[in-house]
Design a protein around this ligand. Structure first.
Ligand SMILES: *Cc1c(COP(=O)(O)O)cnc(C)c1O
Length: 381
């Protein structure tokens, strides 16, 4: 083939995988902690392997992801949070970090604690506002700009190429948490990002049965080598069985993301027309503040996460969530089943989330069942 295969094709066959030992089209599960090297002419290559620095299944997932993202390399971790900690561990005291102000609440708290303890300055900025980003950058001191594509839970869409230009102009790296966009819909490295983070717990695995993280880089440099050393030192590599399950989940990633995104768009359009709903937040809607940017930066859909606000306020939101039957009331996202969440209750003290907002993670159920469920819940509330 003259052109590179589409993500769906790469994923379906795990990059045309064949097990070299058995010829199987499915990788083996190899739990061994230590292994012999294979030296030339029967001489032992003393390198061998030790499982704290990686394993075959995680390596295969990394190769597949790096290919999808157009990345120079990828590193898998036991959770998205472990990947984030490895990034933070590379910052030195006195460094400065720019973090998405309207993003994933747990990272906001985790990063604030880390930076306070390690003498790293952090500025919270809404990354959709390039002028604010430019003003907050401290050339020479800012090491990292940490953005989200799209932001959680209002699904705002930053201009990745614009952020990359500003960050790199100030001598900083741009990291994009693209968990919600997935490598099927977005390729932040092609837009100029240096590092791309995924909570593989979400869409990449897609079955809600493991935690995993992945970080990809545009270039292998000293920061990347340091990140890999931290992963080995901390023992946060993705273990073999989890990596094997992740590969199994990734085979259907494109199918799941495309289906769920299509359903999300249909539900967002339908919710917008409901009198009980005062606002719908979804990048696929023409009224979304960054709809044009979303169209330009995402291919094949606008993602499967959406939020809406209730005209009846917090009480109405809680009643609607309680009245759903197909949607499950649970946090997290990116699994096969659809979830509804009163986000402010989950985030707790310090939440910036509107109190009348429900967050939906759309799964792969039939769209009609999900729409009827929301219609019944809105009517009951
Ligand atoms: C869940 C999530 C994370 C954290 O990942 P874990 O796998 O739970 O550690 C990071 N970023 C985003 C956007 C997430 O949704």
């Amino acid at each position: 083939m003259a052109r590179p295969p589409h993500p769906a094709t790469r994923l379906a066959g795990l990059g045309h995988y064949t097990d070299p030992a058995s010829g199987s089209l499915v990788p083996p599960i190899q739990p061994g902690v230590t292994g012999l090297g294979h030296g030339p002419a029967g001489l032992p290559d003393m390198a061998g392997f030790y499982a704290r620095s990686g394993n075959a299944a995680a390596g295969l997932a990394e190769e597949l992801l790096a290919g999808l993202e157009g990345a120079a390399a990828c590193a898998c971790f036991g959770a998205g949070a472990a990947a984030a900690q490895a990034v933070l561990a590379g910052l030195r005291p006195g460094a400065h970090l720019l973090l998405e102000a309207a993003g994933y609440y747990e990272f906001r708290a985790v990063i604030a604690r880390f930076c306070a303890r390690w003498g790293v300055a952090v500025s919270l900025v809404e990354m959709t506002d390039l002028a604010a980003v430019a003003a907050a950058l401290r050339p020479g001191a800012t090491r990292l700009v940490w953005a989200e594509l799209p932001t959680n839970p209002l699904w705002r869409v930053p201009d990745i190429a614009g952020l990359a230009g500003l960050a790199q102009g100030a001598g900083a790296k741009l990291l994009v948490d693209a968990t919600v966009a997935t490598p099927v819909l977005a390729r932040p490295i092609a837009l100029g990002a240096d590092w791309v983070l995924h909570s593989a717990t979400k869409y990449l695995n897609g079955h809600g049965d493991l935690t995993a993280g992945a970080l990809s880089c545009a270039q292998v440099d000293a920061d990347w080598e340091e990140l890999l050393r931290h992963r080995t030192a901390a023992g946060t590599v993705l273990p073999p069985f989890e990596a094997w399950l992740l590969l199994r989940g990734m085979r259907t990633l494109a199918l799941r993301v495309e289906t769920a995104s299509r359903t999300a768009l249909r539900l967002a359009e339908w919710l917008e027309a409901q009198p009980a709903v005062s606002a719908v937040h979804y990048p696929g809607l023409p009224g979304h503040p960054q709809h044009a940017l979303a169209r330009a930066q995402l291919q094949g859909g606008f993602g499967a996460m959406l939020s809406f606000q209730l005209a009846g306020g917090r009480a109405a939101a809680l009643r609607v969530a309680a009245a759903t039957a197909v949607f499950r009331r649970a946090t997290s996202l990116g699994s096969t089943e659809s979830l509804v969440e009163h986000r402010r209750s989950t985030e707790g003290a310090g939440s910036l989330c509107p109190d009348d907002l429900l967050r939906l993670s759309i799964g792969i159920e039939h769209a009609e069942d999900l729409q009827d469920d929301l219609a019944a819940a809105l009517a009951a509330a």
